[in-house]
Design a protein around this ligand. Structure first.
Ligand SMILES: NC(=O)c1ccc[n+]([C@@H]2O[C@H](COP(=O)([O-])OP(=O)(O)OC[C@H]3O[C@@H](n4cnc5c(N)ncnc54)[C@H](O)[C@@H]3O)[C@@H](O)[C@H]2O)c1
Length: 372
């Protein structure tokens, strides 16, 4: 059974699906071989020689694409998909809830496709949960960008030249990325406030040393699956008013709020931005799905009366080394459910993880949510 790792083709993508340590680990299984496209790991700090030393073959793109299982990071383009062959297994981010064209192209290509976004958020699947591992990298990277752009210390300093007061940082959305942003901002010495519409997150914010912003006029918005439900228009307006007012007190706002499969909620309006002092910074992690700030432009840094609004895309790629390491571990754990002791592929669709993550098989798009 051969595993292929092509070099990522998406613009700005520096991650690689397998790091050399994961190659070593996967090759411990009898009957498994791995071919990595030359140069695939360079941008994440892994030259070809590290893959050869780990036991992989370094080859061409067509060598990697000829494998039984192809591992990728970023959503493949329709052109990339046309190079896959029928019967092959493809595992990657695939944006299954929003990229119908990708789903259909995968089904047409006759591949069995597993979407990393569709891995269930269950305890058993945690070690394969790429949404979490990559959100951790994104939350950390967003905080460092905010720190860089803010042109100030974040910690309190008492110096002979005067006292510096600590930065005030507000983090909106306290899921995986937001909690990592809170923890990173705390480590830099800031006074951190966190907000989420799920009450369970308030305690988590506190456990990291943040102060939860308790807007308790909004009822707990956690659904049965543990995710946030969309707020009503009236609730949204109340939250926006409170946050626009709170924005005036902050030096930095990092926004990470999301509802799975929907556009990001607007939490900071242009009035909120106007309330902030010149020199303040907003880093909007939700830029790709519309932004949590009304003025965010995806992929741009804009200046609105001295307030910088940064709309980064693909932040996990900023931390390509460690983001790849974690992603490779997620893939290795998922492959562990598919590869037998003798190195054969066996897909057990009775396994809830295989069943949920497989979004195309035998020429069909699979799964109710994907089909929608
Ligand atoms: N394996 C597991 O058990 C596992 C792993 C990871 C996450 N989870 C759970 O999944 C949930 C979501 O995690 P995620 O990081 O993927 O979330 P996400 O990226 O979908 O959203 C980020 C955060 O935004 C919040 N949010 C949504 N609308 C908001 C609004 N209007 N105002 C403020 N905040 C808003 C959400 O509650 C969430 O915490 C959490 O409950 C988390 O504990 C479970």
């Amino acid at each position: 059974m051969k595993i292929g790792v092509p070099k990522e083709t998406a613009s700005g993508e520096k991650r690689v699906a397998l790091v050399p340590d994961a190659v070593t680990s996967l090759l411990k299984k009898e009957g498994v071989s791995i071919v990595v496209e030359s140069g695939a790991g360079v941008a994440s700090g892994h030259p070809d020689s590290q893959y050869s030393d780990a036991g992989a073959t370094v080859g061409s793109l067509s060598d990697a694409l000829a494998a039984d299982v192809v591992l990728k990071v970023a959503v493949p383009s329709v052109e990339d998909i046309s190079a896959f062959r029928s019967g092959q297994i493809v595992i990657s981010h695939l944006s299954p809830w929003t990229a119908a064209e990708t789903n259909n192209a995968l089904a047409r290509a006759g591949v069995t496709a597993f979407a990393m976004e569709a891995i269930p958020r269950t305890t058993r699947a945690q070690a394969m949960d790429a949404l979490s591992s990559q959100a951790t990298a994104a939350g950390y990277a967003a905080t460092l960008i905010a720190s860089n752009e803010s042109a100030r210390f974040w910690s309190m300093l008492t110096t002979a030249a005067g006292t510096i007061r600590p930065a005030k940082v507000l983090v909106l959305g306290a899921g995986v990325a937001g909690l990592q942003a809170i923890a990173t901002a705390k480590r830099l010495g800031a006074i951190v406030t966190g907000f989420d519409i799920r009450r369970a997150a308030w305690e988590q914010i506190g456990s990291l040393g943040g102060r939860p912003l308790e807007l308790d006029f909004i009822p707990d918005a956690e659904d049965e699956g543990g995710y946030a439900r969309p707020l009503t228009d009236e609730e949204n307006a109340q939250v926006r008013d409170a946050l626009d007012e709170n924005a005036a007190k902050q030096d930095v706002i990092i926004t990470t709020a999301a509802i799975p499969g929907r556009a990001a909620p607007i939490l900071i309006t242009k009035e909120g931005v106007a309330n902030m002092a010149p020199g303040s910074v907003i880093v909007d992690l939700a830029a790709e799905t519309g932004g949590n700030c009304e003025l965010t432009e995806a992929g741009q840094t804009i200046d609105v009366n001295g307030v910088k609004i940064v709309g980064p895309t693909n932040l996990a790629s900023n931390l390509a080394g460690h983001a790849s390491q974690l992603y490779a571990k997620n893939l290795e754990n998922l492959l562990g459910l598919m590869i037998t002791e003798t190195g054969a592929i066996e897909l057990n669709f009775e396994d809830d993880i295989i069943e949920a993550a497989c979004i195309a098989h035998e020429g069909q798009v699979r799964g109710e949510r994907t089909a929608k």
